[in-house]
Ligand binder design. Structure first.
Ligand SMILES: [Zn+2]
Ligand SMILES: [Zn+2]
Length: 253
């Protein structure tokens, strides 16, 4: 399985308009983050996690020619705001794209993209085949995905596990039952917004605590805000089995 980080940032990510902080002015590519998204290539098929406002550019930048499915974590705009551009893949495949989401996220997609789900659709609108998942495991072409329910302040969000890998974003709390579902993962992508407390996202130290409990071989931090600090500096403060994710990171796991 190949993991590609398409975006490691957030809507408070970098570069932020008119922000003069060191991160927003940095020329280091590790400080240039698009909105949070990742792709798994499994058996030659691409499974995308989230399609935020930067989706189109992320697909072009990574040269993605086909999408088997999209897994959505939750309905916030920085995670679903790019779904309209699914139409390009509809055209290539001449078929709908399967999009997996929990019932709450499905409602957000229906609301934001009402024109794609109405009767008598305008020609060319995105063709999204929404598949509702709950907390039970499901399969895509024989590959098992286990939803990992986490909390994003008061909003339930889904992380996903497949085999020895799990992806958790926009969490600030992981219930014990979900920690059990994460037990044994060797590779983990998890959100860490910044060092200071935040209402709805893990801080750096909170994310490190989760990583420590899970004893993973390697973890990458994502959904990083510009307030985290320069990648080159923060990297030096992390345990050896943890790194900051960056846009374009690819690993075979
Ligand atoms: Zn969110
Ligand atoms: Zn987010």
């Amino acid at each position: 399985m190949k993991l590609t980080i398409l975006g490691s940032g957030t809507s408070q990510g970098v570069p932020v308009i008119a922000c003069e902080c060191a991160v927003c002015r940095s020329t280091d590519r590790h400080d240039k983050r698009l909105r949070c998204s990742a792709m798994l290539e499994i058996g030659g098929k691409n499974i995308l996690i989230d399609a935020g406002p930067d989706f189109r550019w992320q697909m072009l930048r990574a040269g993605v020619k086909d999408l088997r499915a999209v897994l959505l974590t939750h309905g916030h705009k920085d995670h679903i705001g790019g779904l309209d551009d699914i139409r390009a893949f509809n055209w290539v495949k001449q078929a709908a794209v399967d999009v997996y989401a929990d019932v709450r996220t499905k409602e957000a997609v229906y609301q934001d993209y009402a024109y794609a789900f109405c009767e008598n659709k305008y020609p060319g609108v995105p063709d999204i085949h929404l598949q509702v998942v709950d907390d039970r495991a499901f399969h895509i072409d024989g590959v098992e995905f286990i939803p990992i329910p986490v909390m994003h302040y008061k909003l339930p969000v889904l992380g996903y596990r497949t085999g020895n890998f799990a992806y958790v974003t926009d969490a600030n709390f992981i219930p014990e039952k979900s920690m059990n579902r994460l037990a044994g993962v060797e590779y983990l992508v998890i959100n860490a917004l910044r060092k200071e407390e935040h209402l709805s996202h893990f801080t750096l130290s909170q994310a490190l605590e989760v990583i420590d409990r899970l004893h993973v071989k390697h973890a990458w931090l994502t959904h990083i805000g510009h307030q985290m600090g320069l990648a080159a500096e923060v990297s030096g403060e992390l345990p050896p089995n943890v790194s900051l994710a960056y846009d374009g990171l690819q690993v075979e796991i």
